[in-house]
Design a protein around this ligand. Structure first.
Ligand code: ATR
Length: 271
């Protein structure tokens, strides 16, 4: 029997075990997936233990996505570019790191609206999540990328690394908002209950725009609510979560699981 895991701190809230175990059942795969609480200073020991106990692969969540890298034998080029890993594959005793977060977002976007690679895309935020999505969009052939952030120098840094696209201040992005077909909210603004301020005003939102948020709990963020009021097509963060898991699953087992059914199930759970 194969086994898989997710490590992080905290970990009890993770929806990954339930998701992967459901896929194993659906697909008649003899495997199990467990959450393991690993604190910051226990990572090296945890990696050694996972190897000793014969794990086939695992996911990594906060706070280990960067610090895991020195313990791996090999990195996929995208994970290397990102300097962050969320998936490890064990093959012949060697550990290879991948990052499926950004690609998970692109799969989710294309499942929702099809391939619209000519779109003008505005990414809001410049943390790890925004960076991953920017690189993945570029990799999948989206080249009209604009990044805006409260701290604009961080947006400029990502644009430099991409070698294309442009960076705008929040104010500049708000003033030219009607240019953009796709908006992607990647900041942590509004995550805390106390702060419902939008990271960017949607006053000039283009008619028929697509507006995505990477947050899935709650499913309906203040940003998406505002976008819906303005008749945008909205995309919540659940698809990104499910597809990052599906891509990891494919790395481990060579098959892509049923994402639609999973998104329906988890939506019911979160509503
Ligand atoms: P993650 O890894 O999830 O992307 P992060 O690296 O901490 O998290 O990045 C958080 C992002 O949310 C940043 O773009 C941050 O803006 P700054 O770079 O200016 O700090 C943004 N952010 C956090 N709180 C915000 C707020 N109250 N208003 C606007 N942007 C905010």
């Amino acid at each position: 029997k194969k086994w898989f895991a997710v490590i992080g701190d905290p970990i009890a809230h993770s929806k990954s075990p339930n998701m992967h175990n459901t896929w194993f059942e659906e697909m008649n795969i003899d495997a199990t997936y467990i959450p393991i609480h690993v604190k910051g200073d226990e990572l090296e020991k945890a990696v050694a233990a996972l190897k000793t106990l014969g794990v086939s692969g695992w996911n990594i969540t906060i706070p280990h996505k960067q610090t895991i890298i020195p313990f791996l034998d090999e990195l996929d080029p995208i994970a290397e570019k990102m300097a962050a890993v969320n998936t490890v594959v064990v093959q012949d005793g060697k550990l290879k790191g991948y990052n499926t977060d950004g690609a998970g977002f692109v799969h989710s976007l294309e499942e929702a609206i099809g391939q619209q690679k000519q779109s003008e895309v505005l990414i809001i935020g410049s943390g790890g999540a925004a960076r991953g999505i920017a690189f993945a969009l570029q990799q999948y052939g989206y080249h009209n990328l604009t990044i805006t952030n409260r701290t604009v120098s961080k947006a400029e840094k990502i644009v430099n690394e991409l070698g294309e696209g442009r960076a705008l201040s929040i104010e500049e992005a708000e003033n030219s908002l009607d240019r953009f077909n796709i908006l992607i909210q990647c900041t942590s603004a509004g995550l805390a209950n106390t702060d419902f301020k939008l990271p960017l005003s949607l006053e000039k939102l283009q008619e028929g725009a697509f507006v995505a948020d990477i947050v899935y709990n709650p499913l309906m963020t203040p940003f998406l609510l505002e976008a819906e009021k303005r008749k945008a097509t909205i995309i919540n963060g659940l698809g990104m979560f499910v597809h990052q898991g599906a891509i990891a699953f494919q790395h481990w087992l060579g098959q892509y699981p049923n994402t639609n059914l999973m998104i329906k199930r988890l939506t019911e759970e979160l509503l």
